[in-house]
Design a protein around this ligand. Structure first.
Ligand SMILES: Nc1ncnc2c1ncn2[C@@H]1O[C@H](COP(=O)(O)OP(=O)(O)O)[C@@H](O)[C@H]1O
Ligand SMILES: Cc1cn([C@H]2C[C@H](O)[C@@H](COP(=O)(O)O)O2)c(=O)[nH]c1=O
Ligand SMILES: [Zn+2]
Length: 191
């Protein structure tokens, strides 16, 4: 059965579930996360939003998209803080989840089993097209996975990869268009 967001919304509100929004840089993950969280707020549900404290790219505490739409969040150093800070919450949103520790998957399970809707956004792959942090594991255990795509800056096709345009080989390197461009398979691998 195919699941659309309508199916998510129609489910029993007492059931928790895990949703993942993944894809390359500039694919609209943060915009989609903000859209879902705002709809939950319109529904008067208690919403808590988290991001890793290291992500200070646009703002210390706001979750900010590349188009500068934003929503307040709580920066945390470790996934365990998300559990502690999610009391009486109905919806938890987590952005840049690739930067969290591997315990994030267990945290998502605990939250969902308490009846919380957990929405996780993050990069599925790093600049070397390798699985990034806890995201692939959370994709495996999630009820719903949405893969979004950017536009390849080289050819205009759908982009699935984040190409790093400098020589730095560290896995974690914060940045935007100064350091990365979204590319399709052909342009990423130079096929
Ligand atoms: N090459 C591109 N392809 C698609 N969107 C792009 C591109 N370059 C810039 N953008 C902008 O990025 C926005 C998506 O930003 P955002 O939701 O923060 O993406 P992500 O969180 O996936 O990095 C798009 O709405 C668009 O305005
Ligand atoms: C591919 C890749 C990305 N990063 C960093 C760069 C940005 O700060 C974030 C991704 O942000 P977005 O909202 O998805 O655009 O992650 C990194 O550290 N390492 C990488 O390999
Ligand atoms: Zn391309």
């Amino acid at each position: 059965m195919l699941f659309s967001e309508q199916n998510f919304a129609q489910r029993n509100p007492n059931f928790g579930a895990i949703e993942v929004i993944c894809g390359s840089m500039f694919s609209g993950k943060t915009e989609e996360l903000i859209r879902r969280l705002r709809r939950a707020q319109f529904a008067k549900l208690k919403v808590e939003i988290f991001k890793p404290a290291i992500d200070k790219r646009y703002d210390d505490s706001l979750v900010v998209s590349h188009d500068r739409s934003s929503i307040p969040s709580t920066p945390v150093d470790h996934s365990s803080a998300i559990l502690l800070l999610s009391n009486d919450t109905k919806v938890v949103g987590i952005d840049e989840a690739q930067f969290f520790d591997e315990d994030l998957a267990d945290v998502c399970v605990k939250l969902a089993n308490k009846g919380i809707r957990v929405i996780v956004a993050g990069l599925d792959m790093d600049f070397e097209a390798k699985p990034f942090g806890p995201i692939p594991q959370i994709m495996a255990i999630a009820e719903h996975v949405t893969k979004v795509h950017a536009v390849c800056v080289q050819c205009g096709a759908q982009a699935n990869y984040s190409y790093r345009i400098n020589e730095d080989k560290k896995q974690v390197l914060l940045g935007e268009k100064d350091s990365y461009e979204p590319r399709c398979r052909i342009c990423y691998y130079n096929l």
